[in-house]
Ligand binder design. Structure first.
Ligand SMILES: Nc1nc2c(ncn2[C@@H]2O[C@H](COP(=O)(O)OP(=O)(O)OP(=O)(O)O)[C@@H](O)[C@H]2O)c(=O)[nH]1
Ligand SMILES: [Mg+2]
Length: 211
C-alpha cells in the first residue's frame, strides 16, 4: 500500500518510566492488524522491546519505530524509554514527530518524568495528546490524575474521552467528541457502541468532561 505525505503521521509515545508506553504500542499494533497476538513486557515478546538487554531489564532502553495503518493513514509510531538516562532517544524522536502522546498512569498520577518531558514538548512546540493509562488497576484514580494534569500543564488539558468505571471492573469509555459510549465485552474483542449515557441531573456523573 502506498501513502502520500499527507497520510503519514509520525507519533512519539513518551512518559515516565513504566507508565505503559510499550504495552500501549503493542495494543495499537494489534488493533491495527499489524500483529495477530499481543505480546507483553513481562514475557519479553513485544515488538518494541526486542533487544536482549531490554528483555533482561524488563523495560525500554532505545527508541523503536513501528508502523501501523489506520483507515487511510500510515502511523509511524516511535516508542521511547521512560528512564531519563535515555533522554537522548526521546529528543531525537521528538524532533521528527508531528504528535507527542504523553502517557500518564492512573495509579500514580502525574509523575516527575512527565514534567521533564513536557519541557521538551514545549521546546519543540509539538502538538500533544495525553493518555491516562492503567485505568483497570485497582488503585486507578482517573479524576485525580486529570486534576493533577490540569494543575501542572494548564487549562489546555481538555478531556474528550474518559472512563465510566475506572478500577477492577473497568470496561467502558465515554467519547465526548463522538457522543458515544464504548463498552468492551468480557474476554476482549471489538468494543460495542452504545448511546451516550446522559445523567438524570446535572453533576450526577462521576467523571464529567467539562464541569
Ligand atoms: N494493569 C495494567 N498494567 C499495565 C497497563 N499498561 C502497562 N501495564 C504494565 O505496566 C508495566 C510497565 O509497562 P511498559 O509497557 O513496559 O511501560 P513503559 O512505559 O514502556 O516502561 P519503560 O519503557 O520502562 O519506560 C508492565 O508490567 C505492564 O504489563 C495497563 O493498562 N493496565
Ligand atoms: Mg517501554
Amino acid at each position: 500500500m502506498s501513502f502520500d505525505s499527507k497520510q503519514i503521521r509520525n507519533v512519539v509515545l513518551l512518559g515516565h518510566s513504566g507508565v505503559g508506553k510499550t504495552t500501549l504500542a503493542e495494543a495499537m499494533l494489534f488493533e491495527g492488524g499489524e500483529i495477530s497476538r499481543r505480546g507483553s513486557v513481562e514475557e519479553g515478546n513485544t515488538v518494541s522491546d526486542y533487544t536482549d538487554l531490554e528483555h533482561e531489564r524488563g523495560g525500554s532502553l532505545f527508541a523503536s519505530l513501528e508502523h501501523v495503518s489506520w483507515k487511510d493513514s500510515k502511523i509511524n509510531l516511535i516508542d521511547t524509554p521512560g528512564l531519563d538516562d535515555f533522554i537522548g532517544e526521546v529528543v531525537s524522536a521528538l524532533r521528527v514527530a508531528t504528535t507527542a502522546v504523553l502517557v500518564h498512569n492512573a495509579r500514580s498520577g502525574v509523575e516527575v518524568g512527565a514534567e521533564l518531558l513536557w519541557e521538551y514538548i514545549e521546546t519543540f512546540d509539538t502538538p500533544a495528546i495525553f493518555v491516562i493509562n492503567q485505568i483497570d488497576h485497582e488503585k486507578a484514580d482517573f479524576d485525580a490524575t486529570l486534576e493533577q494534569a490540569i494543575a501542572r500543564f494548564g487549562n489546555k488539558v481538555m478531556p474528550f474521552q474518559y472512563p465510566l468505571n475506572p478500577g477492577l471492573g473497568f470496561n467502558s469509555i465515554i467519547d465526548a467528541l463522538r457522543m458515544v459510549m464504548y463498552y468492551f465485552p468480557n474476554g476482549g474483542g471489538k468494543p460495542e457502541k452504545h448511546p451516550f449515557p446522559m445523567p438524570k441531573k446535572r453533576g450526577q456523573m462521576k467523571c464529567t468532561a467539562s464541569s
